[in-house]
Write a protein that binds this ligand. Structure first.
Ligand SMILES: [Zn+2]
Length: 69
């Protein structure tokens, strides 16, 4: 008897069992999508994530972790 849950990403019924390493998601993809959505929310990425990385890198000072004032 397998406990059935809805995948939070796609709503598919999946078996919530140790056989499913992605539970409560139905697959690795759905788990990644969910985490991706969370990350997008956190970083306010509207388009290409790589675009944001470049922009963030350009805005940050080039000097390493030691800020000299
Ligand atoms: Zn799913």
């Amino acid at each position: 008897m397998a406990l059935k849950v809805d995948c939070p990403t796609c709503g598919r019924k999946i078996g919530f069992s140790p056989a499913n390493p992605w539970r409560p998601f139905c697959s690795e993809r759905c788990k990644t999508v969910d985490l991706g959505a969370w990350a997008s929310e956190a970083y306010r990425v509207a388009g290409d994530p790589q675009e944001d990385v470049v922009g963030d890198d350009a805005a940050a000072p080039v000097s390493p972790a030691r800020p000299h004032s």
